[in-house]
Every structure is written in structure tokens, then in C-alpha cells.
Design a protein around this ligand. Structure first.
Ligand code: GRF
Length: 205
């Protein structure tokens, strides 16, 4: 059984969606550890409640020491014999050391249709720009922030009476469907990266 590490800094609703999908038998993998850089992350509480191992290294003292911090995180992942790393609201940029060690084995979800609106507050960026459609993207992580090969995306409409909050909620609902679905494909060995393109292979028989 493939072993997952989920890295989250906050609320952890995407972590929960993936875990629920595993519990429902849709994804045949195990969450080996929920890791956070934020001791106050709600995701840590969720994991404990679910009986998932948790680890936390407060990143505050490591502000400009990205590689040093990541080496510690990698030690933790090594201890849990992790096959794949899923970023789920993990608010730290990964160092090349980390990214290269898990090449094509790190996924991220981003709340916009990349390459539009990378970085933080993507929903607000899209809202303020006045786009009529935005959405969410699941992609492999490379050394460009929110710039790795795109696996799949969901389009979400922006309505005239939307606020950033209503739009954010609408996107989040789609994230909770999209991320577990992609993790399932990953675990089934159905994602093939060819340059910038990700090919989704048919189910194995
Ligand atoms: C999500 O909107 C995700 O796309 C972004 O951060 C948010 C995390 O939410 N990367 P949660 O912690 O999973 O609830």
C-alpha cells in the first residue's frame, strides 16, 4: 500500500476530503503522516481525531532557512517511509532540495485556473481582476511556485452577486471533489508526466 504524507498549514479541509475518500475505499493508500509547519493548524486536530500520526515543526524560526527547514521535514517523511507528498494548504515554498528528492511525487492544489493567479489569495486576485470563470488546479510541484505540470482543473463560474467569500466557497467545494479524484489516479499509477504535459492513462486491467 502506497504511503502518503499530507502537508497542511491551516484548516485542513482538503486533507479531510482525501482522508474521507480513503476511508470510503475509493483510494487504496494510507495517510502515513499529517505534517504541519504551524503548531496551531486545525489540520493537526483533525488528524489526531482520525487517529492519523501527526508531526509538526514550527517554521517560524526558519524564516530565511528554507533548505535547513526542509531537510528536517524530509527526515520526518523518511521516517514514515512516504511514497507521495500531497500539499494541502501548505503555506511554505519548498526548496529545490525537497522538490528534487520527490521529483514528480509531490502534488498541490491551487484555487485558480493556473497559470492565472499563482501565489496567495488566488480567489481574491481572480475576483478583483473581474474574470467570469476561475476554478481550481491540481498540479505536480516543480521548482516554480504554482508552476508545475497541470494534471487537471475544474472551472468555476463567477456570478454578478458574488463576494470573494461566496466565490471562495464555491471553489473550495470543487477542490474537495477534484483533489481526491487526482490522488486516486496517482495511486493507480495513471499519471504520466511528459515534459510539461500530464497524460492520464486508462485504468489498468
Ligand atoms: C485551499 O483553497 C487550497 O486550494 C489552497 O489553500 C486552501 C487550503 O484549505 N492551497 P484547507 O486547509 O484544505 O481547508
Amino acid at each position: 500500500m502506497k504511503r502518503l504524507a499530507i502537508l497542511a498549514s491551516g484548516r485542513g479541509s482538503n486533507f479531510q476530503a482525501i482522508l474521507d475518500s480513503i476511508k470510503a475505499g475509493k483510494i487504496k493508500a494510507k495517510v502515513a503522516v499529517l505534517f504541519s509547519n504551524n503548531p496551531n493548524a486545525k489540520a493537526l486536530e483533525r488528524a489526531k481525531k482520525e487517529g492519523i500520526s501527526t508531526e509538526c515543526i514550527d517554521s517560524k524560526p526558519y524564516k530565511n532557512k528554507r533548505t535547513e527547514y526542509d531537510l528536517k521535514v524530509m527526515e520526518v517523511l523518511h521516517k514514515y517511509e512516504v511514497d507521495y507528498v500531497l500539499l494541502a494548504g501548505y503555506m511554505r515554498i519548498l526548496s529545490p532540495t525537497f522538490v528534487n528528492a520527490y521529483k514528480n511525487r509531490i502534488l498541490n492544489i491551487h484555487p485558480s485556473l493556473l497559470p492565472a493567479f499563482p501565489g496567495i489569495n488566488a480567489q481574491k486576485q481572480a475576483f478583483d481582476y473581474g474574470v467570469k470563470f476561475t476554478g481550481c488546479t491540481v498540479h505536480f510541484v516543480n521548482n516554480v511556485v504554482d508552476g508545475g505540470p497541470i494534471i487537471t482543473q475544474t472551472v468555476v463560474p463567477v456570478y454578478e452577486n458574488d463576494t470573494v467569500e461566496t466565490l471562495t466557497d464555491r471553489i473550495l467545494k470543487e477542490e474537495h471533489k477534484l483533489y481526491p479524484e487526482v490522488v486516486r489516479l496517482l495511486i493507480e499509477g495513471r499519471l504520466k508526466v511528459v515534459g510539461r504535459e500530464v497524460i492520464i492513462l486508462p485504468p489498468k486491467r
